[in-house]
Design a protein around this ligand. Structure first.
Ligand code: FES
Length: 98
């Protein structure tokens, strides 16, 4: 099911935190492509929007581990991958699939 979460995409290179049905997620526009993921580091439960974007990955502010925006794959083999969601833009509005 696709659910509308934003009226417009975030600015390039920024992360927008959204709460949806009690779940913390974030949306980002990176090099013109939209991504959506859970706003929680799988390592120690801190919001990933406190970190930064680098080379197609979100870098956690606490220990610096990073997660691929497209796949969620962790930089550390002993840390779970980040949960990602399908995202699309329709008539300027942003939808994710949950
Ligand atoms: S809490 Fe995110 S890398 Fe440790």
């Amino acid at each position: 099911m696709w659910i509308k979460i934003l009226n417009q995409p975030p600015k390039e290179g920024t992360m927008t935190a959204v709460e949806l049905q009690g779940k913390k997620i974030f949306v980002t526009l990176n090099k013109g492509k939209l991504y959506c993921a859970e706003n929680r580091c799988p390592h120690e439960d801190i919001e990933l929007t406190l970190g930064c974007l680098k080379s197609g990955r979100v870098v956690c502010s606490l220990h610096g581990f990073s997660f691929d925006l497209a796949t969620g794959v962790s930089s550390q083999t002993d840390v779970d991958d980040m949960t990602t969601y399908s995202i699309k833009q329709e008539n300027g509005e942003i939808y994710i699939q949950i």
